[in-house]
Design a protein around this ligand. Structure first.
Ligand code: G1P
Length: 261
């Protein structure tokens, strides 16, 4: 629920998924996360008050949080057993369909939005796709790292994927960003994983197992990722998005220029 400029991170992720054609949003949350449910709920009192006060713009903003054709489902992950386990918590809702996983602390800004680019790739490939970017050699321990053969400019036919390897053993410097389009077979593979790095059930390990049965592609997205799970990334996102905002950009730029540093 951490806001970047004027809306919570989770809202950016939902808007990206919506742009990619997704209409059922499944939130896997934990204890003390009820604010997320409330955020996407219908706020009758607020809408009623804005309507009566003829605050048309604000009303449109509130309504845009959850378009009428979007469904929100909330699932609790009772124990923080890892990303793979969190994905597994949504299995009964996803069923046999391909699905996307978005990690909202990775704020992705792209034109078209990154998940839209990936959905287009999925249409053609009909195979799982993970978003990747080049990461500095000393940061491989923070990411799932993929290796494979380039097939075109942006696509890599993945042959290996490893969770958070040390730089000496990392198979490449292509790090997974928090966007995935996956086939439902991955659920079986995650379910048969032992605990991996950090004692957690890792999505990366499930994808590595999936590779033995299906093709998996890595996609070098066009756009920028802000790691809002880090203080630095969170600050950068706020500054850059404020500068790019039609409403705030000019004033904020002037303010930054006025600072002596
Ligand atoms: C998770 C994944 C990792 C991926 C990263 C992207 O790690 O396990 O493979 O590269 O997200 O942000 P986390 O950041 O949750 O430790």
């Amino acid at each position: 629920m951490l806001p970047v400029v004027d809306k919570p991170l989770v809202q950016y992720a939902v808007e990206e998924a919506y742009a990619a054609g997704i209409r059922q949003m499944i939130f896997v949350t934990g204890r003390h996360k009820r604010a997320i449910e409330d955020h996407f709920d219908f706020t009758f009192e607020l809408e009623d008050a804005l309507e009566k006060a003829h605050r048309v713009e604000l009303l449109a903003m509130v309504r845009a949080v959850k378009p009428d054709d979007m469904e929100c489902v909330f699932v609790r992950q009772a124990k923080a057993l890892g990303l793979g386990h969190a994905v597994l918590c949504a299995r009964h809702l996803v069923g046999d369909h391909p699905f996307a996983v978005l990690l909202p602390d990775d704020l992705m800004i792209g034109e078209p939005p990154v998940l839209v680019q990936m959905a287009e790739q999925f249409e053609e490939l009909q195979a799982s796709i993970v978003a990747v970017q080049e990461v500095p050699a000393d940061q491989t321990r923070r990411y799932g790292i993929v290796a494979g053969e380039a097939v075109g400019d942006r696509l890599i036919d993945v042959t290996r994927i490893v969770e958070k390897p040390a730089p000496e053993v990392a198979p490449s410097r292509l790090g997974v960003a928090g966007r995935y389009v996956l086939t439902s077979r991955v659920f079986d593979e995650i379910a048969s994983q032992q605990r991996g790095v950090g004692g957690e059930i890792q999505l990366t390990d499930g994808i590595a197992a999936l590779l033995k049965h299906e093709k998996v592609y890595a996609y070098r997205y066009s756009g920028k990722r802000y790691d809002c799970g880090s203080k630095e990334g969170f600050l950068q996102a706020n500054v850059e998005l404020a500068l790019a905002s039609p409403e705030l950009g000019a004033g904020f730029r002037a303010y930054l220029r006025s600072l002596e540093f």
